[in-house]
Ligand binder design. Structure first.
Ligand code: DLL
Length: 427
């Protein structure tokens, strides 16, 4: 769609959804009234910046359905996200909401090159989490043969993958690392023994180094998919073949979800090209519309058009959430920096854990790192040299001096969904 037409469509949808929300959701109406802004003030896309933000705490405070705009008879499905603390958030979806989401998930899969000849193994969890059902509906809509294994029971996943000829797997990148490990133990070589070509990975941050590692270990193409429960689920943004190589990032499905980037401190809108917090407005969801929802995810909208020809904008991959930032010895640290440093050392397995423990003086900043089996069998002096090498790699990227603890392969916890890599005992 030409950009002018896209902007006109977005404005039309925005005017409808903002008026709908204002009429139906008391919290939104009160906040608009406090700011002295009415739906009729939305005359251009820029006017959206005059409207109030929504946050996760609003959904928690209004739990379970205080922000729901549609009557129960129009609701066909609930999804919930637990988060790390407190009450979950609950998102009721209408039939139309599911259709919009399904369309976006199907588009994502089509963009990766999947079609009706593909067998899509959905190994994201099914249930309140949106990963399983989101990709399931998207895959069926595109005509893929969907294999709904859900997460876990990895040996059986591998058996079905081979027997039914899965060409694509959808799961968290950390779970796929575990799948790779279990396959290796069973002497299954993905290139030789399976038809697996595509991995549809998301739901947690993963670095470019992890992407390369996964491709190297399995031979598949790792594709990025982004989404969140509040906005629908997987398929808010996805990478095209150009995004995967030349302009690392993901296309935001802007005809359904209107993106803004704001300064996380001042909350002022930032122009394309500048990094900040991603704010999303759902343009055609009527169960629980989200107007200017603060995702906490840090990204950047690209000013340049992607070479694929799509007019929808590309955003940077999500390397971190603003609330994932750790302050260690007075220095701001994102876990992704540690991952980048560790994966630059060939002897290291892509399994690690960051542990922060309070002491009477400086907090203890420890990184537990799994080594490849062959490196672990080396003598003490070789291990000590390796420890120093890992220390230097982390120090170079972060400026910090962690305690590096080398642990045996397979000894750190594995995950079937989102992995917890940081244990912060200071909280
Ligand atoms: O994780 C939805 C999803 C399922 C996305 C399957 C992709 C694949 P939530 O549980 O609500 O929903 O968590 C949303 O996960 O705000 C990001 O912080 C993070 N996240 C999701 N996708 C990516 C990604 C699902 N591709 C939160 N890269 C979001 C980095 C991601 N972080």
């Amino acid at each position: 769609m030409p950009v002018d037409e896209l902007r006109a469509l977005q404005l039309k949808k925005l005017q409808t959804i903002v008026a709908y929300e204002y009429d139906r959701v008391a919290l939104f109406r009160t906040r608009c009234d406090e700011k002295g802004v009415k739906p009729r003030d939305l005359v251009t896309l820029k006017d959206l910046a005059r409207f109030p933000f929504m946050k996760k705490t609003d959904l928690r405070d209004q739990y379970p359905t205080g922000l729901t705009a549609a009557p129960l008879k129009e609701i066909v499905r609930f999804h919930c996200s637990s988060g790390t603390t407190g009450k979950p958030i609950c998102i009721p979806n209408t039939k139309g909401d599911i259709e919009v989401w399904t369309d976006a998930a199907a588009r994502s899969l089509a963009m990766y090159g999947l079609g009706d000849e593909d067998v899509l193994q959905v190994s994201y969890g099914y249930g309140l989490f949106t990963g399983g059902l989101g990709l399931h509906y998207g895959g069926e809509h595109l005509g893929c043969a969907v294999l709904p294994t859900s997460a876990g029971n990895t040996e059986k996943q591998l058996m079905l993958m081979r027997d039914l000829g899965s060409t694509a797997i959808a799961c968290t990148p950390s779970y796929f690392l575990h799948v790779i490990e279990v396959a290796k133990k069973a002497d299954i070589d993905f290139r030789r023994d399976t038809k697996l070509r595509h991995g549809i990975f998301g739901a947690e941050p993963w670095t470019d180094e992890m992407r390369r590692k996964i491709a190297e270990l399995s031979g598949i193409i790792p594709h990025d998919i982004y989404g969140l429960t509040e906005i629908s689920g997987p398929g808010v943004a996805a990478s095209c073949p150009y995004c995967e190589s030349e302009t690392p990032g993901l296309h935001v499905f802007e005809d359904h979800y209107y993106p803004e980037i704001v300064d996380p401190e001042t909350l002022d809108p930032l122009p394309d090209g500048e990094e900040g917090e991603l704010v999303l407005t759902t343009l055609d969801r009527f169960g629980t519309p989200m107007i200017r929802y603060r995702t906490r995810d840090l990204s950047r909208l690209h000013a340049e058009r992607c070479k694929c020809g799509r007019t929808i904008r590309v955003m940077d991959r999500i390397k971190a959430r603003s609330d994932d930032m750790l302050i260690v010895h007075g220095v701001n640290l994102f876990p992704s920096q540690i991952e980048t440093a560790l994966l630059s050392v060939p002897e290291v397995e892509p399994h690690y854990q960051i542990v922060l423990t309070p002491t009477e003086t400086l907090d203890l900043f420890e990184i537990k790192v799994e080594l490849k089996a062959e490196s672990f069998s080396d003598g003490i002096s070789a291990l000590e040299a390796l420890r120093k090498k890992i220390f230097a790699a982390v120090k170079q990227i972060t400026g910090l001096s962690p305690k590096i603890t080398l642990v045996e392969p397979g000894s750190l916890p594995r995950s079937e969904g989102k992995i917890k890599r940081v244990i912060d005992n200071r909280r």
